[in-house]
Write a protein that binds this ligand. Structure first.
Ligand code: FMN
Length: 215
C-alpha cells in the first residue's frame, strides 16, 4: 500500500513537471503541385543509371547557369547567394572533350586541358561514362584577401553551404528537364587539383554528375 502511494506521488510529480504542450497536432494541407518549381521539388532525386550520350552545349549552359550563373547582369548576382557576397566558388567542368572552368561573367567555358579527367574523378562504376562531371571548388585565398576576419567561417562551413545550394539548383533543373544527377564526394582531390592547375588555396569540396537517364 505504501509502495503504491509512493508510485502515485512520483507519477504526479513527473506529470506536473512536464511542459504543457497542446495535445492535438495540426494537420497540414497537402502541397499543391501546380507550377514548375513544385514539380521539380516533387521529382528531385538522385539517379545513378546513366546513358553515356553527350549533353548538348545548350543543356550544359543551362545546367551551369542554373547552378551558379548570373541572374542579374546589373548587380552580378547569381542564382546562389554567398556569404558577404564573396562568390568564392568556381565550377570546373569535365567532359570527354577535356577540363574547363566555367566563367559565369562571360558565360563561357575556359579550356584548361584537353585530357578527359572523368576517369580520375569517377571512382564509382556508374560515374565513369557520365558525360558531364562538375567540380565545386572554393578559393580560400580570395576569402582571406577579402574578408580575413571571417575567413575561417567562409573557408569552413560557408563554402560547403554554397556548394549545397549550387548542387540543389542543379538537382531541380535536372528534375524538370529529364536529366539524372548525383552530388558526389571527391576522393582523389590531389590528383585532380594538379590536373586542373588549382593553387594551394583552392579547395575541392564536392562534385556532381549530370547525364541522360538510361531508358
Ligand atoms: C553531401 C552528399 C554527398 C553524397 N555523396 C555521394 C557519393 O559520393 N556517391 C553517390 O553515389 N551518392 C552520393 N550522395 C547521394 C546520396 O546517396 C543520396 O542523396 C541519398 O541516398 C538520398 O537519395 P535522394 O537524393 O534520391 O533523396 C551524396 C549526397 C550528399 C547530400
Amino acid at each position: 500500500m505504501q509502495r503504491l502511494f509512493i508510485v502515485i506521488i512520483t507519477l504526479a510529480i513527473i506529470d506536473s513537471s512536464l511542459p504543457c504542450f497542446a495535445q492535438e497536432s495540426i494537420k497540414l494541407p497537402e502541397p499543391v503541385i501546380n507550377n514548375d518549381l513544385m514539380k521539380a521539388l516533387r521529382d528531385r532525386s538522385t539517379y545513378r543509371n546513366f546513358n553515356p550520350r553527350p549533353l548538348s552545349r545548350q543543356t550544359i549552359a543551362e545546367v551551369l547557369w542554373a547552378g551558379y550563373g548570373i541572374n542579374n547582369k546589373k548587380t552580378g548576382r547569381r542564382t546562389v547567394g554567398t556569404a558577404f557576397n564573396m562568390r568564392e566558388m568556381s565550377i570546373y567542368v569535365l567532359t570527354g572533350e577535356g577540363g574547363f572552368l566555367y566563367n559565369a561573367e562571360d558565360h563561357v567555358l575556359v579550356q584548361i586541358t584537353g585530357e578527359d579527367l572523368r576517369p580520375i574523378i569517377a571512382t564509382q562504376d556508374y560515374a565513369v561514362s557520365v558525360p558531364l562531371h562538375l567540380v565545386y571548388v572554393a578559393d580560400n585565398g580570395l576569402v582571406m584577401k577579402q574578408s580575413p576576419e571571417w575567413a575561417h567561417e567562409i573557408a569552413g562551413q560557408f563554402s560547403i553551404m554554397h556548394t549545397g545550394q549550387i548542387a540543389q539548383n542543379i538537382y531541380l533543373y535536372c528534375a524538370l528537364n529529364g536529366l539524372g544527377t548525383v552530388i558526389r564526394n571527391v576522393v582523389n582531390k590531389d590528383d585532380l587539383g594538379k590536373k586542373l592547375g588549382l593553387h594551394p588555396n583552392q579547395r575541392i569540396i564536392a562534385s556532381q554528375v549530370v547525364g541522360y537517364p538510361e531508358q
